[in-house]
Write a new protein. Structure first.
Ligand code: ADP
Ligand code: 5GP
Length: 205
């Protein structure tokens, strides 16, 4: 939490396997005050995932009830499953003046772009398609069928990258992590986020 500036909403998208989760974990380590939103999903839990930590795992009927009740700031169907971000996370972060990082797909990012002013959009790219496939296979979390679907979807997702504010190419992990951290650091210095501090500490007549 900070008391000098307004909170920033960072929205991160990437084709599956590009390394978004890995990079975002590094950001949460580097910036302990950066908040994480736990999305709701109808996707089955993967080995090692924990309900309430990685996702809130819910069935389709519960998800539909939440949609109907307007509980999501954005939601989308991705790779055949539903995913959504609860509005309460955004409200709590805004009240606390905290920065929040959302890891969501391009459809969800578009909904945020259309509803929230000043969010910062970051797209994580793999160095190339061959490496993307290697990473999806190397992760050993998805079947061949799921991997094939994710690779097909990757083309459409990358076609959205042009409207994001920043592109982080995840080639070498350490260097990509440094560039990602530089984006967060630079955004935190934006005048518009620090105008209250400027006016209160250095008010001129
Ligand atoms: P995403 O969240 O975008 O689907 P992950 O973070 O799960 O992707 O990464 C996919 C796989 O690629 C994981 O096995 C991860 O360890 C690996 N990985 C991530 N970044 C790199 C990198 N820069 N170089 C090599 N492997 C990476
Ligand atoms: P995975 O199943 O690999 O965890 O995630 C699949 C995709 O769903 C990723 O692109 C991820 O960013 C996206 N995703 C995760 N949570 C949300 C969410 O709350 N909303 C949207 N729109 N996409 C999400």
């Amino acid at each position: 939490m900070n008391n000098q500036r307004t909170g920033i909403l960072f929205v991160v998208s990437a084709p599956s396997g590009a390394g978004k989760t890995t990079l975002c974990r590094e950001m949460f380590d580097k910036f302990p005050d950066l908040r994480h939103s736990v999305s709701f999903t109808t996707r089955p839990k993967r080995a090692g995932e924990v309900d309430g930590i990685d996702y809130h795992f819910v069935d389709r009927s519960r998800f539909d009830v939440m949609v109907a009740a307007g509980e999501f700031i954005e939601w989308a169907e991705v790779h055949g499953n539903c995913y959504g971000t609860a509005l309460t996370f955004l409200r709590q972060a805004a009240v606390a003046g905290a920065d929040l990082l959302l890891e969501i797909d391009c459809q969800g990012a578009c909904q945020i772009r259309d509803s929230i002013e000043d969010a910062v959009f970051i797209f994580v790219l793999p160095p190339d398609f061959a490496e993307l496939e290697r990473r999806l296979r190397g992760r050993e979390t998805d079947s061949d069928e799921v991997i094939a679907q994710r690779l097909t979807n990757a083309q459409g997702e990358i076609s959205q990258a042009h409207w994001y504010d920043y592109l982080v190419i995840n080639d070498n992990l350490e260097e990509a992590s440094q560039r990602f951290a530089a984006v967060i650091g630079a955004e935190r210095c934006r005048t518009r986020h620090l105008s209250d501090f400027l006016n209160q500490q250095f008010a001129t007549t």
